[in-house]
Design a protein around this ligand. Structure first.
Ligand code: AMP
Ligand code: ZN
Length: 493
């Protein structure tokens, strides 16, 4: 269903700093690129928050009926320890430390990433390309930027000339920085520096003899700069101008700023219509980060094995906790907050379980279509999941009142309520009902009740062929039927 025709979605565009009506470049289609993980260590819960935020956005766009091509890359080369193009490649460093191949590091942490986000019920992206799989494309872009005069070669490396670019373009427009201020606040270059100016960034770095991750290029053996891979892969799979580019706030500068500069320098076009940035998960009020060690891993949350936790929490509870905050707000993790989310999650799942059993009547005591539109309005307001969840709890209140015969609902409205709630909770927010096993046993009970009734009817009609067939075939499936003085029961052998 093309719901997007009746709903006006607004998104906060970091480029304009405003909420804008979302109108994709091609009606009905959305191209979305999100910077993926650098796979040199296990993902922490902060990383997971950003990927969950964009999963929710992906899910809502699909729910609205858009055909979405979602590209989320894997950074498996070129990400140096330091933003100023210095230090070792993070993956190569880990490989050296563990005395393994860099691709073993990549494989190990890519698998960890996939396993972890699967627990949080993230949908797979449409394409998950790697930096090392797109070296040729990256070299082609460098050639284009060199041809246009916005880059220069120095001693086997190629740097982007930020000052030259800024003469006709605006470097810093995404992060709201001015090049003059950046220049005033940085150190002078020394004689050993290859860059013409400290703001210049590497498109290609010469590989020193000890550098293991290296590829041939027109400028000699080396490796691409970190920012380049995202320009290469987004252009290849989504085109020179596409709808949404996402990532964590911390990537706005320099990473996304440099992506804009590279794309504008190589093809003269602004690459992205809507830039969306997800905010940070903090621990003890400080950003969770791999490098500072102020972090918590999903495995610790699921096992409860961390000093800040009083108990384990399930992936669905953690996802619910994340969705209770707006994706652009900072969220602080604490045991108290997780406990509160767990209570909320349980109330919500109980209400969803009760929904099928509530009695229907000839009228409904609340305005279901207003409630339903309120849910859409919340999501249309830059994916406002906390407001959506508040509306979902309005529905929980009504379900509980109907269950206790204090309110009424018609059969038709009950269906609308169920479909809308399930649509938002399971499909859009991606929150799983982890008591689903309980539901399976309910289904089995129902099916057995029906079969026993059919068998008893057949016996009453002296149709012993049918009654024996039901008993024998259930027996072959491992289900034994017993006739007792209180009726017929079943057990699984
Ligand atoms: P990285 O693997 O370091 O490149 O990070 C992968 C993604 O996680 C990026 O989009 C980051 O912006 C995001 N990220 C890193 N730390 C946090 C955090 N504490 N909270 C939310 N997102 C984060
Ligand atoms: Zn990126």
């Amino acid at each position: 269903m093309q719901l997007y025709k009746n709903q006006t979605l607004r998104v906060h565009n970091s480029l304009s700093g405003k909420k804008e009506v979302f109108e994709p470049i091609n009606e009905g289609y959305v191209g979305m690129y999100v910077c993926g993980p650098t796979v040199y260590s296990n993902v922490h819960l902060g990383n997971c928050r950003t990927f969950m935020s964009f999963d929710m956005i992906f899910r809502y766009l699909k729910h609205l009926g858009y055909k979405v091509r979602y590209v989320r890359n894997i950074t498996d080369a070129g990400h140096l320890e330091n933003d100023a193009d210095e230090g070792e490649d993070k993956i190569a460093k880990k490989a050296k430390l563990e005395e393994i191949e860099p691709m073993e590091v990549v494989q190990r942490y890519t698998v960890d990433f996939h396993n972890t986000i699967q627990k949080f019920n993230l949908l797979p992206p449409s394409i998950e390309p790697t930096a090392t799989g797109h070296i040729i494309e990256q070299i082609e872009i460098i050639k284009q930027i060199l041809d246009k005069g916005f880059a220069y070669e120095a001693n086997g490396s190629v740097y982007f000339d930020v000052i030259k670019f800024n003469e006709e373009n605006e470097y810093g427009k995404l992060s709201g920085r001015k090049l003059e201020d950046m220049i005033a606040n940085t150190r002078e270059l020394t004689a050993q520096d290859e860059k013409k100016n400290p703001q210049d960034f590497a498109l290609w770095k010469k590989a020193e003899p000890q550098h293991i991750m290296r590829w041939p290029s027109p400028w000699g053996d080396g490796f691409p700069g970190w920012h380049l891979e995202c320009t290469a892969m987004s252009t290849k799979y989504l085109g020179e101008h596409f709808d949404i580019h996402g990532g964590g706030m911390d990537l706005k500068f320099p990473h996304h700023e440099c992506e804009i500069a590279q794309a504008e320098a190589s093809c003269g076009k602004s690459p992205v219509k809507y830039w969306l940035h997800a905010n940070m998960l903090t621990l003890n009020g400080k950003k969770m980060s791999k490098s500072t060690g102020n972090n918590i891993y999903p495995a610790e949350i699921f096992s409860g094995d961390n000093n800040i936790l009083s108990k384990p929490y399930s992936p669905a509870v953690v996802r619910f906790f994340m969705m209770q905050a707006h994706y652009t707000s900072i969220l602080d993790l604490s045991d108290d907050a997780l406990q509160a989310s767990e209570k909320g999650y349980q109330r919500l799942m109980e209400a969803l379980d009760n929904l099928d059993e509530i009695k229907t009547s000839d009228k409904t005591d609340f305005d279901i279509s207003t409630w339903q539109q309120n849910c859409y309005d919340a999501m249309n307001d830059d994916f406002n999941t906390p407001v959506l969840i508040a509306h979902i709890f309005e529905a929980v209140k009504h379900i509980n009142l109907i269950k206790n015969d204090k309110e009424k609902i018609t059969q038709e409205d009950k269906m609308v309520l169920r479909d809308t709630l399930e649509g938002f909770v399971y499909d859009v927010l991606g929150i799983e009902n982890q008591a689903a096993g309980k539901d399976d046993s309910k289904v089995l009970d129902g099916v057995m009740e029906l079969l026993i009734e059919l068998r008893n009817k057949a016996r009453a009609n002296k149709d012993f062929d049918t009654s024996d067939k039901i008993r024998d075939e259930l027996n072959a499936l491992g289900i034994q039927i017993k006739d007792g003085k209180d009726g017929t029961t079943f057990s699984i052998k």
